[in-house]
Design a protein around this ligand. Structure first.
Ligand SMILES: [Zn+2]
Length: 219
C-alpha cells in the first residue's frame, strides 16, 4: 500500500535507528525529512483523528520533549504518528483527517538545529513510545539522501548460492537486493552479484540467517 509521504520532494536528513547518546532511547526513533521544493507543507499520511495538536509560543525548550510544535494523529491502521518541529499547525485536536490533508508547516521549533520534519510512527498509543521503523512504514529506503521508494513491481527470479551450494530461487527486486547486500555485509557476510546468471553468491555467515532474509523478501 502506498502511503502519503508527508513532505514534497523530500530527502531524509537523518535515518531511523541512528545511534546517539543525545536521543532519549539512545537511537533516532523517527526519520527526519526535509522538503525539497518551495511547498513546505506537512501532509497527513493515513486517515485518522488528531489526538494532540500542541503549539508552544515563545522560546525553544518550552516543550519538555523537544518536539516543539507538534501533532499526533491516531491512524485508522492502529498506529499513532508524530509530526514534530512544525512552524505552524493547521489542525485541531479531535479533527478527522484524510491522507494528504495539511497538518502544518515544516519548521525548526523544539530541539532542532534546522528546518525539518521529525516523523515518528508508534505501534499503538504514542504514550507507550513503541516506535517502529518509520521509513519501512512509509515504504521508502531508510537512508540519508533523496527519498527512494521500495518498489515492488521490479521483481525477478534469482538464485542464491552459499558456500558453493545452490540454495534456492527468491523473488527479488533491485532495491531489495541492496538491502540484502547491506544486511549481509553488516553481519560480516559478503554477497557477490553475477548479472549474467542473476546469481548472488554469499560467503560467511550462517545459512539460517539467509533463510530469514529470503522469507522476508518473498511475497
Ligand atoms: Zn528526528
Amino acid at each position: 500500500m502506498t502511503k502519503v509521504i508527508p513532505l514534497k520532494y523530500p530527502r531524509i536528513s537523518q535515518e531511523y535507528g541512528r545511534k546517539s547518546a543525545s536521543y532519549n532511547k539512545g537511537y533516532h526513533t523517527g526519520i527526519d525529512l526535509v522538503a525539497g521544493g518551495t511547498d513546505k507543507g506537512v501532509y497527513n499520511t493515513v486517515a485518522g483523528t488528531v489526538v494532540r495538536a500542541r503549539f508552544f509560543p515563545g522560546a525553544k525548550g518550552a516543550d519538555a520533549q523537544g518536539w516543539g510544535n507538534y501533532v499526533i494523529i491516531r491512524q485508522e491502521d492502529g498506529h499513532d504518528v508524530l509530526y514534530a518541529h512544525l512552524a505552524q499547525i493547521a489542525v485541531v485536536q479531535g479533527q478527522k483527517v484524510s491522507p494528504g490533508d495539511k497538518v502544518g508547516l515544516q519548521g525548526s521549533t523544539g530541539n532542532a538545529t534546522g528546518p525539518h520534519l521529525h516523523f515518528e510512527v508508534w505501534a499503538g498509543s504514542w504514550e507507550n513510545r513503541n516506535d517502529i521503523n518509520s521509513a519501512d512504514y512509509l515504504g521508502i529506503k531508510n537512508a540519508v539522501g533523496p527519498v527512494e521508494y521500495l518498489k515492488e513491481d521490479m521483481v525477478e527470479e534469482v538464485k542464491v548460492v552459499e558456500k558453493g551450494v545452490f540454495y534456492g530461487a527468491i523473488r527479488y527486486n533491485g532495491k531489495t537486493y541492496v538491502e540484502l547486500r547491506a544486511y549481509a555485509s553488516q553481519d560480516g557476510k559478503k554477497v557477490d552479484w553475477d548479472e549474467a546468471t542473476k546469481t548472488a553468491t554469499v560467503t560467511g555467515g550462517k545459512l539460517e540467517e539467509i533463510k530469514v532474509i529470503l522469507q522476508k523478501l518473498q511475497k
